[in-house]
Design a protein. Structure first.
Length: 467
């Protein structure tokens, strides 16, 4: 009896001082304002007849020596070529420029007809080299550039940006501008939900075009590594649109064949010292499905001597303590979590929940229906799960966390922002989360991440640091 009373007093005390058995819930209160899209004409098409627009690039092969350059010409199919050249060479005079021809596609969606969507793969590029490229002809020629990554290797430093659920509101613009103002990001890990066109009547596909123009000042110059979210499904049986991912798959090409995937919705790339695996939360992943079989094979292809950092991108988070979308990722966790622990995945980035959260290193893989071990426990071989669906879209913030904060949750805050993953060598990476309301150098959450393969020590966290 005494012990029950002392326990009750203990829990009463706990509730008074606001301590939970989990990590930190940020006390930062973000002023809320309505989430509305920027108007369609906020990012108009470039001037001139048939001027190329919505330019975006992504990695075009397994190792970073190819780039897929994509763009839209609104009225005519031609020209459908890109001219490109290495910095310092052949910049003047057409005869020295390389030319790559695009694969061109169009699609219809209800009463919308797309422009001509071009995807050109430029191959056999040099590593770690600046390239220029130009699209269009005559007075509508537009110029861009990109830098190829260094050759894949274990201690190659590289810095990734991380954004999810971006949309095209004024908040989205703030997140995006924040990221663009940070010179560190060399490539973007995008964890799904791009334009939110489907939140408009008949999935107004002009919003897909507007989004392509909105993000062009980053996507034309550095590769964005794409993940499909639920807002890419664009299913609308009432208007006879039954083909999942139709606009997304026409507009965004990825190098899935290079990793022996049969679908652009799941694939992998190696870039600098990272092996990045992209999964689809909205495609079949049960045993014997193509995604299941592919992931099993791909995890066996990971070579930590070559790429020490193993990173997974997917849309619907496995560990998240927000009431919005609670446990939607649970079935995929049940399928694949033990593989991630066996493979010592370093980080899993997810989106979907419009809030920020970073987990502890936990796993929940012992459960077998009869043994009762159905809770997450600390596990040094487990990934850290980061939910970064806080790009700032039309659906607003997910500001309703479960209480008390569960023990698997390390840090959580209902704000918009983006993250930077700064890989330094095979053992250390510095990860920071940047809240939109702060100036860019402020990190509202930061952690030195230790590689699971080479240095599987427990990390220490520290919030609100300058970097
Ligand atoms: Fe989502």
């Amino acid at each position: 009896m005494t012990s029950i009373w002392s326990l009750m007093v203990f829990f009463l005390l706990l509730s008074i001082v606001g301590v939970s058995n989990g990590g930190l819930t940020s006390r930062y209160i973000r002023k809320s304002r309505p989430s509305i899209d920027m108007p369609l004409d906020a990012f108009p098409s470039p001037k001139g007849f048939n001027a190329p627009e919505q330019v975006h690039i992504t990695q075009g092969d397994y190792v970073g020596r190819s780039v897929i350059i994509s763009w839209v010409t609104p009225i005519k199919k031609y020209p459908n070529t890109v001219r490109y050249w290495e910095d310092g060479k052949h910049g003047h005079g057409h005869k020295h420029k390389h030319i790559a021809r695009a694969i061109t596609t169009t699609y219809r969606y209800y009463n919308y007809t797309s422009g001509f969507i071009h995807h050109a793969t430029v191959k056999r590029l040099k590593y770690d080299t600046l390239y220029f490229y130009e699209l269009g002809r005559g007075n509508v020629t537009r110029h861009f550039s990109f830098k190829t990554p260094p050759e894949v290797g274990p201690d190659v430093p590289y810095t990734f940006g991380v954004i999810g659920d971006l949309g095209q509101t004024y908040d989205s613009n703030q997140t995006f501008e924040h990221y663009v103002s940070n010179p560190k990001g060399q490539a973007m890990l995008f964890v799904g939900d791009l334009s939110y066109a489907d939140n408009h009547p008949f999935h107004d596909n002009r919003k897909w075009d507007a989004w392509g123009r909105f993000v062009e000042k980053s996507t034309a110059y550095q590769p964005w590594i794409w993940t499909a979210g639920n807002h890419e499904l664009d299913l609308a049986p009432d208007i006879e649109e039954n083909q999942p991912f139709k606009p997304y798959l026409h507009r965004y090409h990825v190098p899935h064949k290079a990793s022996q995937s049969t679908s652009p919705l799941w694939y992998a790339i190696k870039r600098a010292s990272a092996h990045i695996i992209v999964l689809s939360s909205y495609s079949a992943y049960g045993k014997y499905t193509p995604q299941y079989n592919w992931l099993q094979q791909e995890l066996q292809r990971v070579n930590r001597y070559e790429t020490p950092w193993l990173i997974v991108l997917l849309h619907s988070p496995w560990y998240n303590s927000n009431n919005y979308h609670y446990m939607e990722g649970e079935s995929m966790r049940v399928m694949f979590e033990s593989w991630f622990v066996q493979s010592k995945v370093d980080i899993v980035f997810a989106g979907h929940v419009h809030s920020y959260e970073r987990s502890e290193r936990v796993s929940n893989v012992k459960y077998n229906i009869t043994n009762g071990l159905s809770f997450p426990v600390k596990d040094p071989s487990a990934p850290i799960y980061i939910t970064i669906g806080d790009g700032g879209n039309i659906e607003g913030l997910a500001n309703n966390f479960t209480e008390p904060q569960p023990s698997y949750s390390g840090f959580r805050e209902a704000s918009f922002g983006h993250a930077i993953l700064d890989i330094r060598n095979r053992t250390h990476a510095y990860y920071t989360w940047h809240r939109n309301q702060d100036s860019e150098p402020v990190a509202a959450d930061s952690i030195w991440l230790y590689n699971r393969y080479y240095f599987p020590q427990e990390e220490k966290t520290g919030a609100s640091t300058m970097v």
